[in-house]
Ligand binder design. Structure first.
Ligand code: NAD
Length: 494
């Protein structure tokens, strides 16, 4: 079954540039591991600095010499629409590629990720001709125009947790605004992004306007950020890497950066929440979806003491029903952890948390007997506010539980020293909800629901060390444009 699955899904062999998938003469190769099985399923070239130079220079030339930036915005939009159509037509292959290489279950990729990226491409296509500059209030013999122009070549670095969606977040607004883009996907999940770029080329994008360079973060990623022909960098990944990238961009630019970083998001449940069962299901899904490997995972439950016991019982019931397994089985409801190393990190934080006094209510260890790493959904009841599991982004299916007796205590516990990505408030009391929205220092607040939707108009991004700037929404589109100030002087009298 496994071999058949792999045989039917040829893996793209290299970087994508000059309209083709190809490798460089001096590339060295690294093994790429299937998270579901723990087995090596492909080799990936690691681009050297010379290779990065070649690919970026090709994009730079294409952005200047092709008509991509200057053609009518509605014509650019048509290419993005056609790209969306080709993704739809090739979704079976694309979804398989994503499922083999990442932690995303095939049925979820088909039901969520693929429709999501198609919709994202269409959303930004629609924005292509819906922006403009303005005329300034200048002296009467001047005409002052502020015009918006693309940056040139945008460099993008993406993480492994939702490879297709993250690539689309970066590519669609950059392309709609007339930029070229070079993406370096995570070395753990490189191939679906290559195919996404190929489909954009097939849709009519000029050669080298969307290139993909494969490689490690330190070597290839750093070379991409530092390249002098990259005028803007957009990154999604950990806060630590985001800081390194920002420093590199400051030293070698300076050039603007958009950073979508880590989180430690609270879910605050009041006793007046309308439907306890429905709320418990929302909370459970928000920490076990993609096995908790989601930047906005609702990883800290902050719950009113009077409903804590029945709520925990509901969570446990849901957790125990989840079934780990390879991503291409329809019965799989719990994703693999992306790598053994990441699974060991989760285990280490859970162990340290228990040693510091946390109480494990369920889970706490990896499932035995699988090739890949699967971590049991875990509930940790915690009193000590300094506990490591409350402080660190675990990026696994681990939910901490703290209880409160007053509204003030709920908001106080929700605050995180470092992160401010998202938060959920579950309450039927509108006054309380409004107080929470004002109090929480986070980039997204979800009320009586949790997580992003297909409403691409809603931007996403963090406060504090969870990020700078936004993906999705009009803000993401505008972040791909810079302003030129034009002052024209004329004689008022003949
Ligand atoms: P990571 O920071 O380890 O790696 C992300 C990317 O950066 C990879 O492509 C990697 O190769 C590259 N990289 C690493 N070092 C680099 C360097 N010095 N220069 C240039 N590139 C470098 O993150 P990850 O483990 O792939 O992803 C998980 C993290 O991403 C979590 O912290 C998660 O919260 C975050 N994330 C955030 C969002 C958001 O919207 N805020 C979305 C998804 C993931």
């Amino acid at each position: 079954m496994e071999e058949q699955y792999l045989e039917n899904t040829p893996i793209p062999k290299g970087h994508f540039y000059h309209g083709e998938c190809q490798t460089g003469d001096h590339d060295v190769y690294m093994d790429v591991i299937c998270p579901s099985t723990g087995a090596v399923y492909a080799k990936m070239p690691i681009a050297t600095k010379e290779m990065v130079n070649l690919i970026v220079e090709a994009s730079y030339a294409a952005q200047r010499n092709s008509d991509w930036a200057t053609r009518a915005p509605r014509e650019r939009a048509k290419v993005l629409y056609q790209w969306a159509t080709l993704i739809e037509q090739n979704q079976t292959y694309l979804a398989r590629l994503e499922a083999i290489g990442s932690s995303r279950p095939l049925h979820e990729v088909l039901a969520w990720d693929i429709p999501y990226i198609i919709d994202t491409a269409r959303f930004f296509a629609e924005l292509a001709d819906k922006h403009g500059g303005y005329i300034g209030a200048t002296q009467s013999n001047h005409l002052g125009m502020v015009i918006r122009e693309p940056y040139g070549v945008v460099g993008a670095i993406t993480p492994w947790n939702f490879p297709l969606s993250m690539a689309m977040w970066k590519a669609a607004p950059a392309l709609a605004a007339g930029n070229a883009i070079v993406i370096k996907p995570s070395e753990l999940t490189p191939f679906s992004t290559v195919y996404l770029a190929k489909l954009a080329f097939d849709a009519g994008l000029p050669s080298d306007i969307f290139n993909v360079v494969l490689g490690s973060g330190r070597e290839t990623g750093a070379a991409l950020c530092e390249h002098p022909q990259i005028n803007k960098v957009t990154f999604t990944g950990s806060t630590q890497t985001g800081s390194s990238i920002m420093s590199a961009c400051a030293l070698t630019g300076p050039k603007p950066v958009t950073l979508e970083l880590g989180g430690k998001s609270p879910q605050i449940v009041f006793a007046d929440t309308k439907d306890l069962e429905r709320t418990a299901l929302t909370i459970a899904k928000a920490i076990t979806g993609n096995a908790g490997q989601v930047c906005v995972s609702g990883s800290r439950l902050i719950i009113e003491k009077s409903i804590e016991s029945p709520f925990i019982a509901l969570l446990k019931k849901y957790f125990e029903q989840l079934s780990p397994g390879v991503t291409w089985h329809s019965s799989t409801t719990l994703s693999p952890i992306i790598s053994q190393q990441q699974a060991q990190r989760i285990q280490s934080i859970v162990d340290q948390s228990l040693a510091q006094g946390a109480e494990c209510l369920c889970g706490g260890t990896m499932f035995e007997g699988f090739g890949g790493a699967y971590f049991a959904p875990t509930l940790l009841k915690i009193q000590d506010e300094q506990n490591i599991a409350l402080e660190q982004e675990i990026f696994g299916p681990v939910l901490t539980i703290q209880s409160f007796e007053s509204e003030d205590e709920a908001w106080r516990l929700s605050r995180h020293e470092v992160y401010g990505l998202a938060a959920g408030i579950h309450s039927a009391n509108l006054d309380r909800v409004m107080r929470g929205i004002r109090t929480l220092e986070v980039g997204s607040v979800w009320v009586n629901r949790y997580g992003r939707s297909f409403d691409h108009i809603m931007p996403t991004g963090g406060y504090k060390k969870s990020g700078i700037g936004k993906d999705i929404g009009v803000e993401a589109f505008e972040a791909n444009l810079r302003s030129k100030s034009v002052l024209l002087e004329f004689e008022e009298k003949i």
